[in-house]
Write a protein that binds this ligand. Structure first.
Ligand code: C5P
Length: 219
């Protein structure tokens, strides 16, 4: 799989729908994260699904195993494809999420966040430790910056690799620290590249969509 996810990082229902409409049919996935989910509630998921998007629910669950189990069961009922949990929550938390998802019909693939792309890199032993939580916990994929994705994919090619922190202008990155271009992300093995402000804040989407399609087609 080599796809893009448009991140609906807004705090208003109509803005979210208008952003999703702008790119409808262009990208397979929409990412619903904490900002939108907490602002307008879970009903937005069905609305975006009805527009033809598959849903990447990026809630980055991080709590005791029992609570994460319960939250994963609730998220499974929304019919989402991918759900994020934090690797730092530990292996039992990861297992609880995976088991809860497996127990639900059509439960999401569980994707572990290794390290936020807004933070500096962690030592390679720490990264290996976090990835081992994903593998031993039975999760299906990981989120990492484009700078680490190649190392992780080389060892675990079957994991779904999700890469946020993507820019064309690497000098203008906002709060992100570890950024790559879309082309670099795919060439390193990304399966799903998350597009946030790069799409939300532009006036002329056609131009950038052409660049994005070119970069995806190259690999
Ligand atoms: O606007 P930008 O492209 O930087 O947005 C990146 C998106 O990916 C945000 O929705 C953010 O929450 C998410 N994300 C991230 N780093 C992670 C995991 C998710 O930036 N490690």
């Amino acid at each position: 799989m080599r796809e893009y996810a448009i991140a609906l990082d807004v705090n208003d229902r109509s803005e979210a729908i208008s952003l999703a409409s702008k790119y409808q049919g262009k990208f397979t996935f929409a990412k619903i994260g904490l900002e939108l989910f907490t602002a307008v509630g879970p009903s937005i998921i069905a609305e975006v699904k009805d527009m033809g998007y598959r849903i990447f629910l990026d809630l980055k669950l991080h709590d005791i195993p029992n609570t994460v189990r319960g939250a994963t069961i609730s998220c499974s009922k929304y019919g989402v494809d991918l759900l994020t949990v934090h690797c730092v929550g530990g292996i039992e938390m990861m297992r609880a999420a995976v088991q809860a998802s497996n127990d639900q019909e059509g439960g999401p693939s569980i994707v572990g966040v290794t390290q936020l792309t807004s933070l500096p890199p962690i030592p390679s032993e720490a990264l290996t430790e976090r990835v081992s939580q994903i593998v031993e916990g039975g999760a299906h994929g990981f989120v990492s910056s484009g700078l680490e994705v190649g190392t992780i994919k080389a060892r675990f090619p079957d994991l779904i690799a999700v890469v946020p922190g993507v820019r064309y202008d690497l000098d203008n990155v906002g709060d992100q620290v570890r950024v790559v271009t879309p082309s670099e992300a795919f060439s390193s093995g990304a399966n799903l590249v998350v597009l946030g402000r790069i799409l939300r804040d532009i006036e002329d989407p056609e131009r950038i969509i052409n660049f994005l399609e070119r970069d995806r087609a190259e690999f």
